[in-house]
Design a protein around this ligand. Structure first.
Ligand code: OTU
Length: 644
């Protein structure tokens, strides 16, 4: 356990630089007052974090003044509607903890372009969505561009999807429908077609300094010893030779994604500026992509370095000044034990991200399904810390990436030296390589044949919907998908549904895969939205219709029952049955999840030492039999003490 540092976190009298006082003196008086108060609140922490990072760089004081002026100017330019929203949210800082529901999709696959997304707002509302994560829609480099995760300009929208005014119109209409738009913000790297990379290749020393350079294969070898490979088959190694510079630049992901050098203050201030400008276009949440990799340190695996958290906390301060109604979400696909610092619970404590992906819970649910045993979920949840006020987990079943199994290594290693083989089993199970497996996924790339491969595939394919032939098989597969969704909804904070999963959509078709650019296996779960399934959503004779109705049932139950709110603490309860997970929320809600194909009858008295109150099924409103609670194969039951 690391030592917690003593660092300034309290607001004091802000001593503002003259330029800032001048700017505020000429601004709208009401806004200036609000901004002075925010600066007083944020400056102590901001100055501390930035001086840790940059006080040794030349002209640090002037740079800091420029950052402050830039931030305050963006705040002064903030459209009135967003300024008002900020004030509302400052007065109700836990606005995002009141039962949000997320939906994640590629813009083109869901709706063609940004204007098309506007047409789909009624669909999102019908499902109860309040948070829409559109995968990268900023101007990317020429394909291949990692599905847009190689950004060529952070200040422009991908012309295939629209322009800035389409973005503004979309955010406005979403907001009117009670939906916050989340945009990816790829902090770690830029496309090799981004102007900084272009100028670096053209010989600009300043722009070269925005990236990391390595001069020799020996030096590369030194670094590689400690680094992981994210795309070992399609992008082996972490460095790419750039002939114009006669050196290798750091590329953690694809060779066309150049890692930024955050030791350069201008890199930080320019990225922060772009982020805040997007907030002024109405983006209300940012998914901070690959946050773990932002800082490199020789001799380490260059992940989760302390500087990452100083950078994120500084970014949070700037956001709190210019756009405090905005959420920051950490995309740090790391073991649970590495995540608390992203909520500001590391050695340097202070507000950081509001939300982080709980990828271990996601992977563990799939392992539990393959094993028909919930032990691994128990282990993950018992390692999941309580979060600071204002923070929450993003829970999910699938997303646009592969399911990474290795985040679960710490849980397995704690159980014994040969337990990691369970990950190999899960990976093979969902790739359909194990006798009797219903799954139709595929292995993602791994560094060698014996390594555990991530898993690609839509949830519908992984739970066996697409391989089901008999009504029984269809029903089991449907229950498996609902089981995972209902666990995500019960635990989350901010549960996220991946496009198509609400209808049990299957994998991208082979014909379509053949015409997609690039060999990236993750395309398997990036299909075009299936209109025919969508048309069936209210038809209870179809699998899509059953899934959709049940999913809405859970979503609505969560809205209706205050007892299910994440304001009440989550507790893991012992169960006599290894395939059943029993979770308690506060004093008045229970979630029972049967991960096996067997029918289980539970005496709930056995799990509760103190007396049991009568409870009702939150979806069917039937009274529960607490002494002989019946769980059908793969059933998920929510009980609350609230009489219907
Ligand atoms: C993120 O992912 C994105 O979600 C991926 O779609 C991008 O390819 C990648 O960044 C590069 O921008 O490292 O911290 O399948 O889990 O690449 C998270 C592997 C990441 C992803 C991993 C990932």
């Amino acid at each position: 356990m690391s030592v917690i540092e003593d660092c300034p976190t309290l607001a004091g009298e802000a001593h503002l630089p003259v330029v800032l006082n001048d700017l505020l003196a000429h601004a709208d008086a009401d806004r200036a007052d609000v901004l002075r108060a925010r600066l007083a609140q944020e400056l102590p922490v901001l100055r501390d974090r930035l001086s840790r990072l940059y006080s040794n760089t030349p002209d640090y004081a002037q740079w800091l003044n420029r950052v402050l002026v830039q931030t305050v100017q963006i705040a002064l330019d903030r459209p009135a509607e967003l300024w008002a929203l900020d004030l509302q949210r400052e007065a109700n800082p836990n606005w995002h903890l009141q039962g949000m529901l997320g939906y994640c999709t590629y813009t083109d696959k869901f709706a063609g372009n940004l204007a098309g997304v506007r047409e789909r707002i009624p669909h999102l509302q019908e499902l109860g969505v309040t948070y829409l994560h559109l995968l990268p829609f900023l101007k990317p480099g020429t394909p291949p561009n990692d599905g847009g995760f190689a950004v060529a300009s952070y200040d422009e929208v991908d012309p295939h999807l629209g322009n800035l005014s389409d973005l503004q119109q979309l955010t406005r209409e979403l907001r009117a429908a009670g939906i916050s738009l989340c945009s990816d913000f790829v902090l770690n790297h830029v496309s090799h077609e981004h102007t900084w990379a272009v100028q670096a290749r053209a010989g600009s020393a300043q722009h070269q300094s925005f990236f990391h350079w390595v001069k020799s294969p020996e030096q590369i070898g030194q670094f590689e010893k400690n680094l992981v490979q994210i795309f070992p088959n399609t992008a082996p190694g972490n460095f790419t030779f750039v002939p114009e510079v006669n050196a290798w630049t750091w590329t953690t992901f694809y060779p066309y994604q150049w890692d930024l050098n955050y030791a350069q203050p201008v890199v930080f201030s320019e990225m922060a500026k772009s982020l805040l400008q997007l907030a002024n276009h109405g983006v209300e949440a940012f998914r901070l992509d690959s946050t773990g990799f932002l800082w490199k340190r020789a001799g380490t695996n260059c992940m989760n370095q302390p500087e990452v958290h100083w950078l994120l906390q500084a970014l949070r301060c700037l956001t709190n000044i210019a756009a405090p109604g905005t959420l920051l979400k950490a995309e740090a696909i790391m073991p649970t034990q590495d995540l608390p610092p992203y909520f500001g619970l590391g050695p340097t404590q202070g507000p950081e991200c509001h939300v982080a992906y709980h990828s271990s819970l996601m992977s563990a649910s799939w392992v539990a399904l393959a094993e028909e045993n919930t032990q691994i979920i128990h282990d993950v949840l018992s390692h999941t810390p309580a979060l600071p006020d204002g923070c929450t987990w993003m829970t999910y079943v699938r997303c646009h990436d592969d399911i990474g199994w290795n985040v679960l290594r710490p849980e397995l290693d704690a159980r014994g030296s040969d337990e990691r083989s369970r990950l190999l089993h899960a990976s093979q199970f969902f790739a359909g390589q194990i006798e009797g497996s219903y799954a139709k996924g595929a292995a993602f790339q791994a560094s060698d044949a014996n390594a555990v491969h991530g898993t690609n595939g839509m949830a519908g394919a992984l739970v066996g919907l697409t391989s089901a032939h008999t009504p029984e098989e269809h029903s089991a597969a449907t229950s498996r998908l609902l089981l995972l969704q209902s666990l995500s909804l019960f635990v989350g904070g901010l549960p996220l549904i991946y496009m198509g999963d609400e209808l049990g959509q299957g994998n991208t078709t082979a014909a379509e895969l053949a015409v997609r650019q690039g060999p990236d296996g993750r395309e398997l779960h990036r299909p075009v939205f299936d209109e025919s399934l969508f048309a069936q959503r209210h038809d209870s004779n179809t699998t899509a219709g059953i899934l959709y109705a049940m999913l809405r049932g859970y979503v609505n139950a969560k809205k209706q029952h205050a007892a299910l709110s994440t304001a009440h603490a989550l507790r893991l309860m012992p169960t006599p049955h290894p395939s059943v997970l029993l979770l308690q929320r506060g004093e008045e809600a229970l979630g029972l999840f049967n991960f096996s194909r067997t029918h289980v009858t539970l005496d709930l008295n056995a799990s509760f030492s103190s007396g049991l109150q009568p409870m009702w099924n939150a979806l069917t409103r039937e009274k529960a039999d607490m002494l002989a609670c019946s769980l059908m194969p793969y059933a998920a039951i929510w009980l609350t003490a609230q009489r219907p």
